[in-house]
Design a protein around this ligand. Structure first.
Ligand SMILES: [Fe+2]
Length: 271
């Protein structure tokens, strides 16, 4: 890295944050098995993003303190999901509230970062706040941009893992919320095809079908940042697995070919 990342936390600070996370999550415990399952899924997911951020960060030769800071961000990046589900019984932001902003509020209101110094706390709050935005604000400093990119890569890596498995489960186990309540119709919208052929990011409001959503997820490759992340996506065959659940179409073939050549080039796997 050619700039100072300038952010780290100690082992004791990470442990304190983990303890806060466990206490906070337990405060939402409820007898209803549906609620319990929804919350348990979010805990598992947060822990998997911790693993992914360490996978990527490890390949980038971060120092121990930086890896701990990255792990802290991954642990709490979706903390807003708990209050979101409690208040609105949904994980769909547009039907409730922006879960990143709910997360920042939960961390502030719960004094979660009390034992962490101001500089690292600011980085955690900003990374949480920016993790689901279409773009990272351009006026942020290098440390904020670096850690936010790292978190966004880890987050996308895990979602790609999740959906590339999910699309193979039987219909009876499908979950309308995961599919954003989009119809599983055979078509792909022309608007989505044209946007992706131009290598532009698709906005959520443009989605009309589940196939549109699958293409949006594949196109996250254009929003990844670090070579190790591209390598993980390539080696784990996430794009192939999602593509194989889409209908045969020239437009999809062209988009897939574009995505794969970009992925190979960025992961250093190209010929
Ligand atoms: Fe999130």
């Amino acid at each position: 890295m050619d700039f100072k990342r300038n952010g780290n936390i100690s082992e004791a600070q990470l442990v304190a944050l983990k303890n806060w996370f466990s206490r906070y999550v337990r405060s939402f415990d409820a007898p209803d098995p549906v609620v319990r399952q929804a919350l348990a899924l979010k805990v598992d997911y947060s822990l998997r993003v911790c693993d992914e951020i360490l996978n990527i960060g490890g390949k980038l030769t971060l120092g121990d303190g930086e890896l701990r800071l990255a792990k802290a961000m991954a642990l709490v990046h979706d903390i807003g999901r708990f209050n979101q589900y409690f208040l609105y019984k949904t994980f769909v932001d547009k039907k409730s509230a922006d879960h990143a902003q709910l997360g920042v509020a939960a961390l502030r209101d719960g004094n979660a970062l009390a034992v962490i110094d101001n500089q690292a706390s600011e980085l955690i709050l900003k990374a949480v706040s920016y993790h689901n935005r279409l773009h990272i604000p351009e006026d942020e400093g290098p440390a904020c941009v670096f850690f936010t990119k790292l978190l966004r890569d880890a987050d996308k890596l895990d979602i790609l893992h999740l959906v590339s498995t999910y699309y193979y489960v039987p219909d009876s186990e499908r979950n309308a919320a995961v599919e954003l309540d989009l119809p599983d119709a055979p078509e792909v919208s022309d608007e989505i095809l044209n946007t992706l052929l131009a290598r532009k990011m698709v906005r959520m409001e443009q989605l009309r079908t589940l196939n549109d959503f699958k293409l949006l997820q594949m196109a996250w490759v254009y929003d990844l940042n670090f070579p190790p992340t591209f390598q993980f996506v390539y080696r784990r065959k996430y794009l192939e697995r999602i593509r194989d659940t889409l209908p045969a179409s020239d437009g999809i073939d062209r988009i897939y070919a574009g995505l794969m050549s970009y992925l190979k080039e960025k992961s250093g796997s190209g010929s």
